[in-house]
Design a protein around this ligand. Structure first.
Ligand SMILES: [Zn+2]
Length: 173
């Protein structure tokens, strides 16, 4: 799996890419998109209880749809403005996580994601991984490898964020 840094950067890029220039700084939508981009890996919490569900249904189109509906419904109940836009932001942030995870090298079985749950139950993975797998131990070799993986993620994703920002905020003629 890519690191939380990668998911943060790509979630923020998704927010900038879909926001009208005047709304890029809309803090509530920014927080919703980035939080949704990070949320799928909270399935690690279940591992503490002995349930191995990482990269299961939480990493899917279905989970992204559920997140969008829950956020839109909560926003509507709280009478926040534009609940539909917030629901869309949650959906896109969540999907950005699934896309990044599809593009990384997976060394932890089961290999791949239940990306199309509940519409299909296959495990999917891009045939050409772009991101390195983040190790989950504090051994020196793993820490060194994770440092390289983080630098690679930042090198790939930061230009995308800058590009989205420049395209969204450039003056229109
Ligand atoms: Zn993940």
């Amino acid at each position: 799996m890519p690191s939380p840094v990668a998911h943060f950067l790509f979630g923020l890029t998704a927010h900038v890419a879909i926001s009208p220039a005047a709304d890029i700084g809309w803090r509530r939508r920014t927080v919703v998109t980035v939080a949704a981009a990070l949320a799928p890996d909270l399935d690690f919490v279940f591992k503490a209880f002995g349930v191995a569900v990482h990269q299961g249904a939480s990493h899917s189109v279905g989970a992204a749809l559920i997140a969008g509906v829950v956020v839109a419904g909560t926003a509507a109940a709280a009478r926040w403005p534009h609940p539909g836009a917030l629901g869309l932001a949650a959906f896109l942030g969540w999907i950005s996580h699934v896309i990044l995870d599809l593009l990384n090298l997976d060394t932890h079985p089961p290999i791949g994601l239940l990306a199309l749950w509940p519409f299909a139950d296959g495990h999917y993975k891009a045939p050409w991984p772009i991101f390195m797998d983040i190790g989950r131990t504090l051994e020196w070799l793993t820490v060194r490898r994770n440092t390289v993986a983080l630098a690679w993620e930042a090198a790939l994703l930061s230009p995308l964020l800058v590009l989205a920002w420049r395209l969204r905020t450039r003056p229109r003629r």
